[in-house]
Each structure stands twice: as structure tokens, then as C-alpha cells.
Design a protein around this ligand. Sequence first.
Ligand code: NDP
Length: 333
Amino acid sequence: MADTTDITVAEIHDLAYKALLANGCNEQNALSIATTVSTAERDGSESHGMFRIPGYVSALRSGKVNGQANPTAETVTPAVIRMQGDGGFTPLAIERGVPLLAEAASTFGIALMPIVNTYHFAALWPETEKLAEHGLVGLAFTVAKPKVAPTGATKALFGTNPISVAWPRPGKTPWVFDMATSARALGDIQIAARDGHEIPPGTGLDSEGNPTTDPNMIAEGGVLLPFGGHKGSAIATMVELLAAGLISEQFSFEAAQNDNNDGGPARGGELLMAMSPEVIAGDDWEAHCETFFTRLSGLEGVRLPGQRRHDNRGDTGPRKVNNELLDQIRALL
Ligand code: NDP
């Protein structure tokens, strides 16, 4: 077991904020990213918490990402609002964009928000949950550099291409899932490699195209497989088309071609979508959907996605952060 230190969520926020500020972020960007990182740690999304700080800093130090970015909204149509990220990390574009998207979807029933010219390094549930807090169904899609082989291939073409969907449940935490379309997220593979854990069969292939349970073999020259065989492969393709083709941003393979490999995220877009059940289904949508959730969660053995994170959120105690990682981040100050 890796050595860890107990550290509060407020201390995590402070450390992340200072590391980003010391390396080229302005206050607004540093605060927005620190909130993304500390809420990930709060919810137990370890692979998108402090673990990402060295990568954020590498991308600032190499000059690839604009730490002073000023994301702005452009109205394409009343129901399509594009966020121009100004070459910065995505959190500030999301923070500014979500209220605009929520307002448009609440008015028209459905609205889209392409987020372009940004660098994505986070989980997607924060933005879909925010939309659900506005009483909206929230969907989010993004691509990353190729690490996943399409079904039948041994070479990567897809990123780990996550999808998140949140469904509003007024007065309750939303139903929300957020998953990579690879068998496992790359961050989990990197953490398993760091901590010396094996990963389950069916997760990936080594550099020769052979199945492996060694995370190092996947991380170094190997590939991940899509979840669910050809079905996951098709869904990963859909994410490429929605989060790159539809919004005129880079496909995963283009992100790799144009990246400087500094250890931070490559440039890529995100597509956010919001739908209003109030507008589309009418007044009784909430009671109607609760009958479904009651049946679903009443089945023995079922837990709702998001439940683990929401339970973690209720724990106000300190979080355990890997000591080597903490030392690495403190050295960035
Ligand atoms: P997991 O496989 O751990 O979880 C996927 C979803 O399934 C979660 O919503 C989880 O809810 C839910 N879930 C897990 N176990 C159960 C269960 N037994 N019953 C019901 N629901 C369950 O996530 P991944 O490893 O696929 O992805 C991790 C993160 O990586 C995501 O947040 C994703 O956005 C992020 N990511 C980001 C990328 C980027 O480029 N920015 C690229 C790829 C991934 P719960 O959280 O409550 O456990």
C-alpha cells in the first residue's frame, strides 16, 4: 500500500491553487481548477484530483496552455452557445458556460454548448451535475489522445473518450454516471502502475498486442480496450464524432499529432448538452421518473451510479493523498 498523508479538502484546494498560481495561472483560472481538483478528491475521484496537478503545471511551463485564458461565449443560435476557451484549461470555460447553457435549455427545452480551444484534464460529472442542479438533464462528451484500440485492432485510435449523463431529482442528489469508454480510465491504470496493483483481464494489450494484466505494459506502449467489445467501440466512435467532428475540434488522432507531449492534456473540445424535462415532458415528469428510480433502487444488489461519490462527499474528514505526489506538488510552489 502506498504511503499517504491525511489532508483536508480545504488544504487540497489551497495547495492546488498555490501550485497553479506559482506556475502561470491567473487567480480566476487557478481558483476554478483548484475547485475542480479538490471536489474530485472530496468525492473520491482520485485519478482526477491532485494526481493531475503535475500535468497541469507541465502544460503551463511548456507554454502550451494559456494560464491567463479569458473564455468567452458566442451565440451561434439561441440554442447553440459556443464557449471559446482562449487556449486555457477547461474548468473556467465550464464555470462561465454552464449558467448560459442552463438558461437556454430552460427556455427552448434543449440547448448545446460546444467548448473549443481548451485543454481537458478532468472528470465530466461536475458539469453534468451542475446542469441537473438547474433541473436539467445534462450530457457531456470529450476526447483525449489515442490510447484505446477499436475492436479488432491492436493499435490505438480513440482516446478514453468519457461520457457523463446526469438526471435531475429535485430534493435529492441527481442520478449521474460518468465513465470512460475504455475498459478502465487511463488515470486508474497509471495509479495501479504507481501502486503496484494488477488490473483485470480484458482491460488492455501490451505493445505486442497481447492481453495483459500488468498496468505498466499498458501505460508504456500498450493500449486499452473499449468497454463492452464492439458496442463500446461504437460508442467511443460516437464520442469522437460528437466532441470533435460536430464541434470542429480535434479528433483524438489529431490531438496527438499536434501535442508537444509535455505530460499535460492535449488540446481538445467538449460537447455539453442540456434538456429540460419540465419543458419536454411537462409538470408531472418528476413524480413519474421517481416511480422508475424507486423500482430501480428497490432491486436487491442495485446501487445507483454516483452514489459512491455522493456518500464520499458526506464525509467531512481529511482525504488520503499519496506522499510522493504531495512532495512533487510542494516542489512546484
Ligand atoms: P468507473 O468505471 O469507476 O465508473 C463509471 C460510472 O459507473 C460511475 O458513474 C460510477 O459511479 C458508476 N458505477 C461504478 N460501479 C458501479 C456499480 N457497482 N453500480 C452502479 N454504478 C456503478 O469510471 P471510469 O474509470 O470509467 O472513469 C473515471 C473518470 O475518468 C470519469 O470521471 C471520467 O470523466 C474521467 N475521464 C476523463 C477523461 C478526460 O479526458 N478528461 C478521459 C477518460 C476518463 P460512482 O462514481 O458513484 O462509483
